[in-house]
Design a protein around this ligand. Structure first.
Ligand SMILES: [Zn+2]
Length: 197
């Protein structure tokens, strides 16, 4: 699996198994694309990377190099080892889902990170999973002093990425967010990649 490159086509998701201590790089191939990243403990998918537990563990709203993402059982699952992107990531927003698109005025089906995750995990035999609040790599959400959010477009350039190291044997799912109804992906969802190091 070493050095394997997994292409995640625009608006789709892919899973990789990463052994404890294994490293991988998530790359924004064309730039300007948000990645919804999920990680589940391989031995028990009831344990997963949890943004809300991570915010408590690191006393921050957003990830920083050298810190861990922790699970809903408060154990480190991924370390953010290196960041050669602008360093803008989100840990506040739920994954997009069919209702979100309906509320944004979409008529009919629209791909979403939630369905992407569920489809990929079902393909691995996990038909019923919690949908965790993801780690939204490259997603630009700023919190104002009054608590309001400002959304902007992902500031990444082509080839920007982050390197993560697994603290547990885990299943990592990366979804190339299909959001095209607001600015986060510049209204143009594109592909991402997972490089196993
Ligand atoms: Zn999404």
């Amino acid at each position: 699996m070493r050095n394997e490159f997994v292409l995640v086509p625009a608006s789709e998701a892919r899973a990789v198994h990463v052994a404890s201590g294994g490293r991988f790089r998530v790359v924004d191939i064309e730039g300007g694309q948000v990645v919804d990243l999920f990680a589940f403990a391989a031995g028990d998918v009831g344990e997963y990377a949890s943004a809300e537990h991570t915010r408590v563990a690191v006393n921050r709203l957003f990830p920083r190099v050298g810190e861990a993402f922790v699970t809903n059982r408060r154990r480190p699952i991924l370390w953010l080892e290196k960041d050669d992107s602008p360093g803008v990531h989100d840990m506040l927003c739920a994954a997009c889902d069919p209702v979100r698109y309906r509320l944004l005025g979409v008529d009919g089906w629209h791909p979403s990170c939630q369905e992407n995750l569920q489809r990929v995990m079902a393909g691995l035999g996990h038909d019923r999973i919690e949908v965790p609040q993801p780690i939204n790599l490259f997603m630009a959400v700023r919190v104002e002093p009054d608590g309001s959010f400002i959304w902007s477009s992902a500031p990444t350039k082509a080839g920007d990425g982050v390197v993560l190291r697994a603290a547990l044997d885990c299943v990592v799912v990366a979804s190339a967010c299909p959001q095209d109804r607001n600015e986060i992906n510049h209204y143009r969802p594109t592909s991402i990649g997972i490089q196993l190091l």
